[in-house]
Ligand binder design. Structure first.
Ligand SMILES: Nc1ncnc2c1ncn2[C@@H]1O[C@H](COP(=O)(O)OP(=O)(O)OP(=O)(O)O)[C@@H](O)[C@H]1O
Ligand SMILES: [Mg+2]
Length: 500
């Protein structure tokens, strides 16, 4: 039988009537780990307080001593110091008031905007929803990134890994996806794990400039924070997200990035004396990340019907997707988007390598219009890339090849997208419908650029009802198709009214 959700930490807390308070003594401090004697009934994941006021969390224990992860300044802790423990899992405050704010792993504000009025407490480590509480993923999460929405679509409740080398636009891709959730009722969380202050500041600036802080908040521990808190921060982001999911809302969490999280976990494990495995990561590395990523999902209507979508980011070294962490996380998630350095330097942005990117769920939940226009795109684009490669050195091409190359170049131009400019779904549909019908096949790249830039505005001005109908139905009915054909012709009419 499947256990009810209530069998998790929260009810355990409620049913625990007794209030154990034990006092232990610090025996040794090594890096971010303290060894404590005298906490006989401690549990893993429990909060402890050192007499100097620093917090800690129990990471493990043996017959004689408990090992606590220090969540503050380890330099303040002395050997022989007292430690107070309650047999309770670590919980953080959660609530709606966190939206628009920047908080740390303990949900404390770090943006200097004063205290946050929280509504409840949630355990930081919570069991993922069981199978009976979930429903299959049925709604698309519109990213506003043309390549993703057409060829690597994401569903609400899915986990899609963003992976790539340094400086390939991973963070930008994730933040632009957040920007596109404007007005769509999705609560977004950007979780910064062990990155620099400048990266965090850039993300805050990107989200603020994109007007996204009305439905977004940031949970961050930078590289300067105590490693224990950097380890906890993705779990804290999950707990905060679960509060919104339990209210039936859709949540999107970006983890930037899990490579840093794995590094911290490796450091902690080595200090705890756990045996190192592949690439010196501990043996439970896979378990750690799967525990975290299992918390995504779409809940059943009885559970409120909320969902949590995860976009974890992983950094690769020299494009090696077979490293320990990338291959682990690829196998846990429901698909990956691979960003490649050569594409980025070529100017194809977002630099998504379609040959290595896949979404194992999202394509089932695409709207009918989106499915119609995007079905042939992937194969066409991959064939074009291959053709371009083999014909690079050949001067005289057959007519057929030349045609394919021109069509491919048009498609590439349509797919290129600048940062902070998410494209609404109905806009994407009219762009790719034009490509599908060959409207752009004979056009120069300049004309395609003009089409990409101006056509949707032109259509909105000329026929707002059509745009509205497309937005609502997301289907290419005969009537809509006929009107679109007319609009394409008018837009490209040589002597016709120049749009806008
Ligand atoms: N679609 C885009 N169009 C134009 N510029 C972009 C685009 N995507 C990313 N960039 C630029 O590329 C640079 C690197 O982007 P970003 O910081 O997102 O990469 P990253 O892979 O997250 O890097 P890091 O490895 O440092 O985390 C930034 O200056 C960003 O503005
Ligand atoms: Mg980044």
């Amino acid at each position: 039988m499947v256990e009810p959700r209530e069998a998790d930490g929260r009810t355990a807390l409620k049913s625990r009537q007794f209030d154990i308070k034990e006092i232990g003594l610090v025996r040794e401090v090594k890096g971010m780990v303290a060894r404590i004697v005298g906490l006989p009934s401690c549990i893993s994941g429990q909060l402890v307080t050192f007499s100097s006021g620093v917090l800690g969390m129990i990471m493990g224990y043996d017959l004689h001593e408990a090992h606590a992860l220090i969540l503050g300044d380890a330099a303040e802790i002395r050997t022989g110091e007292q430690v107070y423990g309650r047999a309770e899992p670590l919980r953080i405050p959660v609530g709606d008031a966190v939206i628009g704010r920047v908080v740390n792993a303990l949900a404390e504000p770090m943006d200097g905007q004063g205290a946050i009025a929280y509504a409840a407490h949630y355990p930081i480590f919570r069991k993922a929803p069981g199978i009976m509480e979930r429903v299959p993923i049925a709604k698309p999460l519109e990213t506003g990134i043309k390549i993703l929405d057409t060829m690597v679509p994401i569903g609400k409740g899915q986990r899609e890994l963003i992976l790539g080398d340094r400086m390939t636009g991973k963070t930008t891709l994730a933040l632009d996806t957040i920007l596109n959730q404007q007005g769509k009722g999705v609560t977004c969380i950007y979780c910064c794990i062990g990155r620099s202050y400048s990266t965090l500041a850039r993300a805050v600036q990107h989200l603020t400039a994109g007007d996204a802080m009305g439905f977004t908040f940031i949970v961050a521990e930078t590289a300067a924070a105590p490693p224990g808190r950097q380890f906890l921060v993705p779990y804290a982001a999950c707990a905060l997200g679960e509060y919104f999911m339990d209210q039936g809302k859709d949540v999107l969490i970006v983890f930037d990035d899990l490579t840093r999280h794995a590094w911290i976990h490796r450091q902690i494990s080595l200090l705890l004396g756990r045996p190192p495995g592949r690439e010196a990561y501990p043996g439970d590395m896979f378990y750690t990340h799967s525990q975290l990523l299992e918390r995504a999902g779409a809940l059943s209507p009885e559970k409120g019907g909320g969902s949590m979508t995860f976009l974890p980011i992983v950094e690769t070294q020299q494009g090696d997707v077979t490293g320990h962490i990338p291959s682990n996380v690829i196998s846990i998630t429901d698909g990956q988007t691979y960003l490649s350095t050569p594409l980025f330097t070529e100017g194809f942005k977002p630099a998504i390598d379609l040959g290595l990117s896949v979404s194992r769920i999202g394509s089932k939940v695409q709207s009918s219009a989106m499915r119609d226009v995007s079905r042939p795109l992937r194969l066409e684009y991959l064939q074009f890339k291959e053709l371009e490669r083999v014909t690079k050195l050949r001067a005289n091409l057959s007519e057929d090849m030349a045609k394919k190359l021109t069509a491919g170049a048009v498609l590439r131009e349509l797919l290129i997208q600048d940062r902070s400019q998410p494209v609404p779904t109905e806009h994407q549909i009219v762009l790719f419908e034009a490509h599908r019908r060959g409207v752009l096949a004979t056009r120069s790249i300049e004309e395609v650029r003009r089409f990409k830039r101006e056509f949707f505005g032109f259509l909105q001005q000329k026929n707002p009802a059509l745009v509205e109908a497309l937005k609502v139905t997301q289907a290419l009915t005969d009537q809509i198709t006929a009107r679109l054909t007319q609009a394409y012709a008018e837009f490209f009419k040589p002597e016709g009214v120049r749009p806008l």
